[in-house]
Write a protein that binds this ligand. Structure first.
Ligand code: KG4
Ligand code: ZN
Length: 335
């Protein structure tokens, strides 16, 4: 079964054809990163306009790269939540138009479910149930994935998302957007023990995260040093910050895994590309004899292959939509 996936929730216009949820036949991404760079982050209005310009060409290329026409497509899967509302609307309305014109079923996909499904592409043997750490620019969740379409959130951030914190720390040391990936690159050569960051705890939960204090600590550190005329090396601050964030993500995930006796852990979302997170997670899982899956680097960030993959399982579960489908800016994964 061939699914056409469409993704436009943030600053990537993407389309992909995936067979039976696992085999990627094409994966086209038109990134707007260069345009948003000068503003230091994504400008929603610009993102929507660029999606509108790019979407026809991106979908056509995804079909032709897969040697397909629309007659070969069994369902159209589209990200409908969560994300920037104006950006989501472009993908949703394009997919609705395509479905109405062709009669091909329309399948709405939750963006974070898509991030988790990126693992189905890279690891053919991975099947729910498993525990997933989903860390992106807007979300940080520990999720019990009970089946392909049943999710239970066990832990979450109380303030910033892990990716958001990475981006803010990167800005503090003068790195351009997209901050997280640049911070990762320079921090490989840094001393991660140079600065001792606090270990934030959430009063009434062992599983929830808080990252905003780490960000404030980094800002204050740079500010105090500059007042004293001292130098803060970006690579040392970056490495110490990444250590603080990834140790928090890892320790909380391991705590949940032990408590619910999870045998498999799956990483997902843009921050799952982080080199230290991947390394430390692998070490901790090996110690506990837990199987670890991580998406290939090219499927960690936003793409439509993951949407087509999840769309396949949503379609098998009968979760199609009609022309009343609308984009939703904020929606829990378990709804
Ligand atoms: O999943 P994603 O591509 O978009 C959202 O759904 O939000 O995640 C983007 C986030 C950004 O905050 C970005 O800085 C972060 O993922 N990110 C990274 C790395 N690559 C992307 N953070 C740390 N290390 C990386 N290598
Ligand atoms: Zn994403």
């Amino acid at each position: 079964m061939k699914i056409l996936g469409i993704e436009s929730s943030c600053d990537e216009t993407a389309a992909s054809v995936v067979e039976d949820g696992r085999v990627v036949l094409s994966n086209v991404i038109a990134s707007q990163v260069e345009e948003h760079k000068i503003y230091g982050g994504v400008v929603p209005e610009i993102a929507s306009r660029r999606h509108t310009e790019a979407i026809c060409g991106v979908v056509e290329k995804a079909l032709s790269d897969a040697n397909c026409t629309l007659t070969d497509i069994d369902a159209i899967a589209v990200t409908y939540a969560p994300g920037l509302i104006g950006a989501l609307l472009v993908g949703v309305n394009y997919a609705k138009g395509l479905s109405l014109a062709t009669g091909i079923p329309l399948v709405p996909v939750h963006h974070l479910r898509g991030h988790i499904a990126a693992n189905y592409i890279s690891n053919e043997e991975i099947k729910p149930p498993f525990l997933s750490l989903v860390v992106s620019g807007g979300h940080s969740h520990i999720i019990n994935v009970k089946s392909y379409t049943e999710f239970e959130v066990i832990g979450r951030t109380r303030d910033d998302a892990a990716g958001e914190a990475m981006d803010k720390a990167a800005r503090t040391v003068g790195l351009p957007y997209p901050g997280g990936v640049n911070l990762d690159k320079i921090s490989v050569n840094g001393d991660e023990n140079k600065y001792k960051f606090p270990k934030p705890k959430v009063a009434d939960s062992e599983y929830d995260f808080s990252f905003s204090g780490l960000k404030t600590f980094a800002v204050n550190l740079v500010h105090n040093a500059s007042q004293k005329g001292e130098e803060v090396k970006a690579e040392d601050l970056g490495a110490s910050f990444i250590k603080a964030v990834t140790d928090l993500l890892t320790s909380h995930t391991m705590k949940v895994a032990e408590d619910i006796k999870a045998g498999k852990i799956v990483l997902a979302g843009g921050v799952s590309a982080n080199s230290r997170l991947r390394r430390v997670m692998a070490e901790e899982c090996e110690k506990r004899n837990i199987m670890l899956c991580m998406p290939e680097l090219k499927y960690c960030g936003d793409n439509a292959a993951m949407i087509a993959s999840q769309g396949y399982y949503e379609f098998l579960a009968g979760k199609t939509a009609d022309m009343t489908l609308n984009a939703v800016a904020s929606m829990p994964i378990d709804k």
